[in-house]
Each structure stands twice: as structure tokens, then as C-alpha cells.
Design a protein around this ligand. Sequence first.
Ligand SMILES: O=C(O)c1ccccc1N[C@@H]1O[C@H](COP(=O)(O)O)[C@@H](O)[C@H]1O
Length: 241
Amino acid sequence: MPKLELLPAVDVRDGQAVRLVHGESGTETSYGSPLEAALTWQRAGAEWLHLVDLDAAFGTGDNRALIAEVAGAMDIKVELSGGIRDDASLEAALATGCRRVNLGTAALETPEWVAKVIAEHGDKIAVGLDVRGTTLRGRGWTRDGGDLYETLARLDSEGCARYVVTDIAKDGTLQGPNLELLKNVCAATDKPVVASGGVSSLDDLRAIASLVPEGVEGAIVGKALYAKAFTLEEALAAVSA
Ligand SMILES: O=C(O)c1ccccc1N[C@@H]1O[C@H](COP(=O)(O)O)[C@@H](O)[C@H]1O
């Protein structure tokens, strides 16, 4: 059975690595240099980095130069998110050398453009399905953007390669992942799913890993690593056992 991929997260706000609670602006805890954080995860054995420009996602500016510096310094694969909503931002994101990008708001607000870039870039494009209940949220998770399963069916029909599923109610809370949501999304699509939100323990990671046969490919880990609930080395060992 393939092992669960782990994607340690570096979310950047105002030049700092931060974690938010429920993705709400103003709840930031700062963890210093994004480059140092990313290098720490790389040294610990990560194969992927989940790198987010939160200012671009919230519409409060961007950290584009810093994000490019961090992505360029990585020897590992980078998944880049936040504010990728048009040709210029997509071009800038892909120019960092990242392995793939996540589109959030664009998938809700400019579906024709997203269908076009899926057709052009294939599995370099993933869609972030950020949900409260089964309602998608965009623009820094501040606006409703339609029904999860209707959007998923549309994106599947357009050939979207992969989904990053975040339960906003869990994100940054250390309350455990929403396994029901992950199972339901896996049942609704044949495409791989990356789980995001709520991981608090090695047991949570093992529970997500038990869903690999159903279609879960990876898990994003943020707060638990920064809060030192476990080390990345322990996490990688837990999901490869
Ligand atoms: O990761 C977060 O904590 C987060 C919080 C609030 C908004 C977005 C967040 N992250 C990721 O950003 C992209 C969405 O950006 P956009 O809508 O395409 O500009 C998505 O991957 C979110 O998971």
C-alpha cells in the first residue's frame, strides 16, 4: 500500500511564518523566518513543503518575493497556495519551480479560467476545497462559494488532477481531522485527496493514513509541528510503518 505523504506547512503573513486558528485573520501566532521553518522541515526529511502566501489569499498584499526565495531554496517538492487567481499570479507561482499550485478562490469565482489552466497545466494544478460543513469558502475563507459536491463534480469533469480538502472548522485547532469529510470526498471522486486541518497527534496521522486505500494521498501538518506535539521525524515514521 502506498504510504501517506506528509506536507509540513509554512504559511506566510507579513514576512513571517504563522499559524492561524480557523484561518481567521488576526489569530496569527508567529514562528519567525519562513525560510528557516522550511529548511527545518526539509532537514527533518520532508518530501513536500506546503507553502502558503496568506496575504495574497486575504487580499492584504503579497509575499511573492519571499515565497519565491523559499521555494527556490528547497530541494524538495513544493505545493504553493494563496492568491493564485489569474494568468499573472499563476505564471509567477509556476516560475518559482514549485511542483504544483493550489487554486482556491479562482475555482469558485472564475471557473472558465480554472478549466483552461487545468487543460494547459494538468497535474501542476490542484484545487483547494476549503469548506465549512459542505459550503466552500473563498477570499481568505471569508465568502461562501457554493456547494462542495457540485463544485467537485464540475472540476472532475474538467479533469482536475487532485484536491486539497480543508475543514475550516478544524484548521489550526489541534482537534483532530474530519475523517468523515475525507471519506465523503473520496467517495465522490476518483482523484487523489490531500487532507488538511486539525492534525494534533501521531494517531490522527495514522487515522488519515488508514484512508489511503479510499483515495487520501497526503496530509498537511501545521500547528502540531510548530507546537511540538510531535516531531516531523516521528510523523514520517508513523505513516511509513
Ligand atoms: O491555510 C490557511 O490557513 C488559509 C487561511 C485562509 C485563507 C487561505 C488559506 N490557505 C490556503 O490558501 C489557498 C486559497 O487561496 P486563494 O483563495 O486561491 O487565494 C488555499 O489553498 C487555502 O487552503
